[in-house]
Design a binder for this molecule. Structure first.
Ligand code: FMN
Length: 150
């Protein structure tokens, strides 16, 4: 069965990378140019931290994530969003992941703080295995067409 890959962004502190590398599936770091410029080969999941900028716009979405999502093909095949954050940031907690989920209409699959606990990793592994199975059950592995409403 295909393992849905996770594309993540992680800064030099590497908290998200530490989490991603414990998921036991293909993971790609969007802080690396090679991955930021790549095209996905099927459904994938985004994992992003939030970084409050402190300027007026307070855009919390990392630049590498913005760039990857600028690609229409990648955007279309994204099936869900996960976030790492820190509750100390109050109303900005998980802002980047939540904004992307809302704008793209994709579900927020999982949230955790910093590098996550062993329990978080275990929970997330199960959730992604269920997602793999659900995607494999679709006849062509592609995202379903949305109903047009007519
Ligand atoms: C300057 C700075 C700004 C941050 N802003 C937010 C924020 O707005 N919301 C949030 O939930 N977490 C925020 N965080 C916490 C990070 O998203 C969190 O620690 C994440 O795990 C970092 O992942 P990384 O080490 O892989 O880059 C911030 C952290 C730093 C250092």
């Amino acid at each position: 069965m295909r393992q849905t890959p996770v594309y993540y962004y992680s800064s030099a502190s590497g908290l998200v990378r530490s989490f991603a590398e414990r998921l036991g599936r293909p993971v790609f770091n969007l802080a690396e140019r090679e991955h930021r410029r790549s095209q996905v080969d099927g459904p994938w999941v985004l994992l992003t931290p939030s970084y409050k900028t402190g300027n007026e716009a307070n855009d919390t979405i990392p630049e590498g994530v913005h760039r990857f999502l600028n690609n229409e093909h990648n955007r279309r095949l994204m099936v869900g969003v996960m976030g790492s954050g820190n509750r100390n940031f109050g109303r900005y907690y998980q802002m980047a992941a939540r904004q992307i989920a809302e704008k793209s209409g994709r579900p927020m699959l999982f949230e955790f703080e910093l590098a996550g606990t062993p329990w978080d990793v275990e929970e997330c592994r199960h959730l992604l295995e269920d997602l793999d199975a659900a995607l494999a059950a679709r006849h062509d592995g592609q995202p379903e067409e949305r109903p047009t409403g007519d």
